[in-house]
Design a binder for this molecule. Sequence first.
Ligand SMILES: *Cc1c(COP(=O)(O)O)cnc(C)c1O
Length: 407
Amino acid sequence: MSNSDTAGKQSGGKKPALETLAIHAGSEIDPTTGAVVPPIHLSTTFQRNVDGTFPQNYVYTRADNPNRRALETCLAALEGGAACAAFSSGSAAAAALFRSLSPGDTVLVCDDLYHGVHHILVDILEPWGLNVVFADMTDLDATRAAWVDGVRLVWLETPTNPLVKVSDIAAIAEMAHAKGAKLAVDGTWTTPAVQRPLELGADFVMHATTKYLGGHSDVLGGALIAKESGTKEDGTKESGTKEDGTEEAGEMFAKVRYIQQIEGAVPSPFDCFLVLRGIRTLPYRMRAHSDNALALAQFLEAHPQVHRVHYPGLESHAGHHIAQKQMAHFGGMLSVQIRGGADAAIAVTNRVKLFSRATSLGGVESLIEHRRSIEGDISTTPADLLRISVGLEHPDDLIADLQQALG
Ligand SMILES: *Cc1c(COP(=O)(O)O)cnc(C)c1O
């Protein structure tokens, strides 16, 4: 099992470990005041020097500002990427990547995924001209069989929302590259403390920073991290064809950056500050979320009212061995199917005292949700399924609450 704790050592001891990067990447002592915690820069505009240049290259806050740059620097470092573009939501980050493609291009998408991304693809981008093809990416043969000419991007969630299905990132990256496509992974459920897709061969990682990265259910945001930035250190465009196709990935990211700066679906300076503050404790939180989730999954699996538990940390999970290979921990999300159908499942959510009946995930408080109720018409989620975002309360208290709610 790879382990975030050894990330620094794996690269010869030169790169700091994730815990250290989470605290220091993108952080510097404020040069004007000595403030250890960065100030929030609300100014929308920045003065030119007399020679016409801009100090630190800040011009106008839609294009860039100090808080956003700090967040982007930190996220790129945590994922081992060349660059990051922060957005006002995870959905905006995903949409920007899809629109770095051209009408007529095809995206191959995993068949169980966040319903909002499904809506973006089918309701907004198919009419715009994108072709969308779905495949069960837990099955490599099925993925190969679903392939069509013109696939430029593969979109993968693992574990998936809400069925917690696990796919082999390295194998799908290899397949995509062999067929001339790029791979993007929705890393929202895992974060770089659990799984690092770029190191497994992916070209892009998307995050809803709304979830674990912010970590406290109080800020909406998104980010897209790229292995290749498409620009050199001095800001000029990379040129020259690279045989491995990385130039194309760089061009896609350059387009994402352009969409971010020109359209302005960007997080406010305060939002960036909050997400970065959340990230400082991310590796410790993810370990605790994962430990608590495993304890809950084991409790639920043994409960007579429970029909099925979906959690990659359980040996009974179909993707357990792949999860062991590519995840440092098993994450804080699980789904459970309750005996007695939708009514019995909803009744459980109505009896919990510690869990909140709410959507979303990744905060310190535990949430429980009848998933089909929120997904609406397109939902194929089993009607007896509850999705649980396991928080950081003591696991004994969480188990006791579920015990009484299950009756
Ligand atoms: C929440 C979520 C998103 C969308 O993020 P928003 O910030 O709500 O736009 C995308 N993917 C996954 C897996 C999510 O959980």
